[in-house]
Design a protein around this ligand. Structure first.
Ligand SMILES: [Zn+2]
Length: 441
């Protein structure tokens, strides 16, 4: 399929063509393709990466053959190892055509801050699957995108948008006129929308919850800038986010399930369901005993991205929760993820009981009469529900919400309600629904 000697754009086009064909493969074809990619990755990791020399033993038979039936015996890589064993996780060399390498760091606002080494082929795999998804969603590469995920700092906030060039599939004539611009993530809503209009932009790149906050802000200052689509990055998209940006901007949200470590793992099909990019990553959903979850049962997401060869991640604990959905009517057979919840979901702590990672029920927002809310643990048994009340909403049904809270988390925990003008952002400029502010001891 791919090989050394091609330019990155030739490789990308080839990879994209494969993805356009493989989207309609049967499950068996997809699994067979995954097996060949996995085997190559396992051999590469064992030969070049000190961290994996011994861990991969369960799948290597004495004759050197790989037995994928024992894949589930490979120990899971905890997130903490990304820091503690970062050096040992680096491959001494890359397979031909997989480079060059670079590093990406996570902000660490909701978890452990980590740095991961990526390589050229991962970026190509991400781009190819992203182009495929943008085709599914009828996103037009000839139009203008404004990305509001740029750096902070007074200088960056004051600077005009930085032009990043074209953003579509480079082999298509249509992409040549498209432009992407970037502004600081701390730019206020007014100037952000000014730039959006002046640039004639159609699409906004933003985290879904920040897009929600911007919509509320825009309502306050009376701005109804038309936005075609919010191209969502990171975080989970809630119905409340969709409604807020639809009401204010007429925009839809196109969500992506991705992480800095794992790249683009699942994309929204035309039916609006999240299909795993099975050509690029193996996703497992595991229960507390590390057994695969049945469809509908929520478990931990464990990933193995096939082209991440600079720092191989084999059975990496992504830190998210999800469940498998049933077959999708769109005709694609790749696995469908449902109820993905990010690692911003806290493991709330309790003096005695085991913590869980459940979310508050969907109707919480409505019962609160809130446009936005945040649930914070503030003491051993004390929690605070902070909310911004929607215009015209009646007082929240605190008794019912408290009952739901006690059922979802701990029966003996206490919940206080606090109405606020706005929910404070984290140091990384993010808005999180669940925070644990209680420090033991
Ligand atoms: Zn589908």
């Amino acid at each position: 399929m791919i090989g050394p000697g091609m330019t990155p754009n030739e490789l990308l086009e080839r990879f994209y063509e494969m993805c356009m064909a493989s989207q309609f493969w049967s499950v068996d074809q997809l699994r067979a393709y995954q097996a060949t990619q996995l085997e190559q990755l396992l051999r590469h990791a064992r030969a070049t990466t000190p961290y994996y020399e011994k861990r991969l033993r369960p799948v290597f038979r004495p004759d050197g053959k790989v037995d994928l039936r024992n894949f589930h015996l490979i120990p899971i890589v905890p997130r903490a190892d990304m820091v503690a064993h970062r050096d040992a996780m680096q491959a001494r060399e890359l397979p031909p055509g997989h480079g060059p390498t670079g590093t990406i760091s996570t902000s660490g606002s909701t978890g452990l801050a980590i740095t991961v080494t990526t390589n050229g082929l991962c970026r190509i795999a991400n781009d190819a699957t992203r182009f495929r998804m943008q085709g599914w969603q009828k996103v037009d590469w000839a139009r203008v995108v404004l990305d509001r995920m740029g750096p902070g700092g007074a200088e960056a906030i004051a600077a005009p948008p930085q032009e990043l060039g074209t953003w579509g599939a480079p082999w298509l004539q249509r992409s040549a006129t498209g432009r992407m611009y970037q502004v600081s993530r701390y730019l206020d809503t007014g100037p952000l929308l000014d730039w959006f209009e002046r640039l004639g932009a159609s699409y906004l790149v933003s985290g879904p919850n920040m897009a929600h906050v911007i919509a509320l802000d825009a309502a306050r200052i009376g701005r109804k800038t038309p936005i075609d689509t919010v191209l969502a990055q990171g975080n989970v998209v809630h119905d409340a986010d969709r409604h807020a940006v639809a009401d204010q901007f007429g925009a839809r949200i196109v969500e992506v399930y991705s992480s800095k470590e794992g790249g683009h793992m699942a994309h929204l099909c035309p039916e609006g369901r999240l299909h795993v990019n099975m050509e690029t990553v193996l996703v497992e959903v595991l229960d507390a005993d590390n057994r695969p979850c049945e469809p509908g049962k929520t478990g931990r997401v464990v990933i193995t991205p096939f082209y991440q060869t600079g720092q191989p991640l084999i059975r990496y604990e992504q830190g998210d929760w999800a469940s498998w959905g049933g077959p999708c009517p769109c005709g694609r057979h790749s696995m469908v993820l449902e109820k993905v919840s990010g690692r911003s979901v806290p493991i709330f702590t309790h003096p005695v009981e085991r913590a869980n990672a459940h979310l508050m029920p969907e109707q919480t927002t409505e019962l609160l009469g809130a446009s936005y809310w945040q649930l914070a643990q503030v003491g051993a048994l004390d929690y605070e529900m902070r909310y911004v009340r929607k215009d015209g909403a009646v007082a929240p049904d605190t008794a019912l919400i408290t009952a739901m809270f006690n059922t979802t988390y701990f029966a003996d925990a206490r919940l206080a309600f606090r109405e606020m003008d706005r929910i404070p952002l984290t140091a990384g400029g993010k808005l999180v629904e669940y925070v644990n502010e209680y420090k033991k001891g």
